[in-house]
Design a protein around this ligand. Structure first.
Ligand code: ADP
Ligand code: CIR
Length: 342
């Protein structure tokens, strides 16, 4: 196995930290699930515009390939590997007052977490049979949910194309054919084993076997962030009663992409900032100050449309769930203030 031929265009954190010497140390290592450094970095090698460029095939990948993962994790999350990860799911600790004015700017709020089964390889190293087993356990578990979380599971295989496309257009379902996931091995056997659960109102959703085994999602129109958080926490707790998820005291919840470790939480708003959109430097300055990431409105690597952005917390590890949401709220308040001043 040769050191990858990186070009000027490769700008990922993986490329920054995977020196030839480190590559030589890692290239003969292999996890119990048969995952290698070559597989871990394939997405970042084949997609030069990757920001991160590396995925884990299992929890063990983070240990065996730690000389590169630790550096990527430290830079992305601003987290030192000797610290312990801490959790706080208590919505009473949130300081996110709901102001009606927020709805003039915030189109919708969405908070999701990633979760992976403790006893299975992560998506990049999973087999078709294991993926199918996860789908079956998750859909059965969700079928017992009651009240406002009651809903139905739809497998991608059985779904009409028009239904699939309309779920994507309405921001409820993941897209197909993402080249980053493709080269990470996450699209193998597509669409088998993938699907989506949602309640009637589509305010509680679970994605099955996309980038992580589960993405647990709470979303609704407008800017009532606490309500979205509270619904999510109840759903997480219900699922954790039935399924054991992969966790590590330093890395928090284990996910296939190192950016999602820790809380595995991304709390986002779709927010109208037409004036700020003409001054991206200022928008980015405020985002950086509050540890926020700016995405387009059709998900990661998409563009903003009509001055509407997806603004979310960037750090997920070494901060609690409450802090993730607080980062997003505090930043959004400052962005709205700035938009009004312009
Ligand atoms: P993830 O949140 O899992 O990292 P993406 O960035 O790909 O993934 O977003 C997934 C989907 O969720 C996309 O359709 C995106 O438009 C939608 N989405 C994200 N944030 C919001 C929001 N605040 N309101 C409505 N839809 C959202
Ligand atoms: C990348 O490296 O850009 C993709 N594999 C996605 C990484 C996670 N997303 C992010 O930090 N925005």
């Amino acid at each position: 196995m040769e050191y990858p031929s990186f070009t000027q265009k490769h700008k990922s954190l993986m490329r920054k930290y995977l020196t030839n010497d480190i590559f030589k140390k890692l290239k003969t290592k292999i996890t119990k699930n048969g995952f290698t450094i070559e597989q871990a970095i394939n997405s970042g090698v084949k997609n030069p515009d990757s920001n991160i460029g590396i995925y884990a095939g299992d929890k063990e990948s983070y240990k065996i390939f730690s000389i590169v993962f630790d550096k990527v994790i430290e830079e992305y999350h601003d987290f030192d590997k000797d610290r312990k990860h801490l959790s706080n799911l208590n919505s009473e600790d949130l300081n996110t007052p709901y102001l009606e004015e927020l709805d003039n700017y915030i189109v919708s709020t969405r908070i999701r977490v990633g979760r992976n089964f403790d006893n299975m390889p992560l998506g990049p190293a999973i087999s078709k049979e294991q993926r199918d087993e996860i789908q079956s356990i998750v859909s059965n578990t969700l079928s017992s949910f009651e009240g406002s979380l009651k809903g139905k599971y739809f497998s991608l295989e059985g779904m009409k194309e028009e239904d699939r496309l309309s779920l994507i257009d309405d921001h409820f379902l993941f897209k197909a054919g993402d080249s980053y996931l493709e080269e990470a091995g996450l699209n193998r056997d597509w669409p088998s084993g993938r699907g989506i659960f949602h309640n009637n109102e589509k305010t509680f959703l679970v994605w099955v076997n996309e980038e992580d085994h589960l993405r647990i999602i709470s979303m609704q129109k407008g800017g009532n962030i606490k309500e979205v958080f509270q619904r999510l926490i109840v759903a997480i707790q219900n699922l954790e009663e039935k399924i054991e998820f992969s966790y590590d005291e330093h890395l928090g919840y284990i996910t296939s992409c190192p950016t999602n470790l820790g809380t595995a939480m991304r709390a986002s708003v779709h927010i109208k900032l037409p004036k700020l959109s003409l001054n991206m430097k200022l928008l980015e300055e405020i985002a950086n100050k509050h540890y926020l990431q700016i995405r387009g409105i059709n998900g990661e690597h998409s563009n903003s449309e009509n001055g509407i952005f997806d603004i979310s917390n960037k750090r997920r590890l070494g901060v609690t769930e409450v802090q993730c949401v607080q980062d997003m709220y505090d930043g959004v308040i400052e962005l709205i203030k700035c938009e009004k001043d312009l």
